[in-house]
Design a protein around this ligand. Structure first.
Ligand SMILES: [Zn+2]
Length: 266
């Protein structure tokens, strides 16, 4: 069984065929799906998505850094309510984004700092977003990982968070692993320009990797330009297996164990 650890199936890209898309993923060997509801308008949808797939779907709730300038403080009280629900599996996605003009580093880290205590409060891991800017000094990984050094949540599970859609260097990956995080690997792993990401994943090893699509974005290389969806997870798993010199079965077994080490069994 494979686990999709990061989907945005509530995106409007799936409005016409959401149920068929999920059924196709399950038929393709994806056993469970973690949906990400990272803006207030998606939180209720995330809960409804889990209710539609009992035992097979869970949801992360959080406020993405793109809401740094616009999120009203009282909305965060609602976030607490969602994290208390049985369908909640993580805080996320939260973090730092220097690609878009969404607010200065200090403001983004302030929004993150308001949310991180919810992990300890509800014993949930965090799903982290980090996207570097267009110049080397706009290093989202450095900013996020430096900030997380003061994060004091220590769960009984193996990981306390994931660097979702990992796109950093080996140094970033190593710093993340040292902080108790794993790496989320998706279709971007297969893009020709991402040799450094493949190298980092190889050095991190299969013990530290979970699989994701980040759909509807970032389909694997052969499907670029198309809508991504969780049925691509077996293809991503096979590409990881080939790159790391492992069998498809070993990748399925390890990444599923890692997903449980991150989220707990569900
Ligand atoms: Zn995402």
């Amino acid at each position: 069984m494979l686990i999709e650890t990061h989907s945005h199936l509530n995106d409007k890209a799936f409005d016409a065929d959401r149920r068929e898309t999920v059924e196709r993923a399950f038929a393709a060997g994806v056993g469970k799906i973690v949906e990400i509801a990272c803006q207030p308008s998606e939180w209720a949808q995330g809960e409804a998505f889990c209710a539609a797939w009992p035992g097979r779907a869970r949801c992360a709730f959080g406020a993405h850094p793109e809401y740094t300038r616009t999120l009203a403080p009282e909305v965060l009280a609602q976030l607490e309510g969602y994290l208390a629900k049985p369908c909640a599996i993580a805080l996320g996605e939260v973090g730092v984004d220097h690609w878009w003009d969404i607010g200065p580093k200090e403001s983004q880290l302030a929004l993150l700092g308001l949310q991180l205590p919810l992990c300890a409060k509800f014993d949930k891991p965090a799903v982290f977003h980090a996207r570097n800017g267009r110049t080397p000094e706009l290093n989202a990984y450095a900013d996020l990982l430096a900030d997380l050094k003061k994060w004091d949540y220590k769960p009984a599970r193996r990981f306390r968070g994931v660097l979702h859609c990992f796109s950093g260097t080996w140094e970033d990956a190593k710093a993340g692993l040292d902080l108790g995080l794993c790496l989320g690997v998706n279709g971007a792993f297969t893009y020709k320009k991402n040799g450094a990401v493949r190298e980092a994943a190889k050095r991190a090893g299969i013990e530290n990797i979970v699989l994701e699509t980040d759909c509807p974005y970032l389909p694997p290389e052969g499907s670029r330009g198309k809508r991504n969806d969780p049925s691509f997870i077996p293809e991503i798993a096979a590409m990881v297996a080939a790159h790391l010199g492992l069998s498809n079965g070993a990748v399925a077994e390890k990444t599923t164990a890692n997903a449980y080490g991150l989220f707990g069994e569900f």
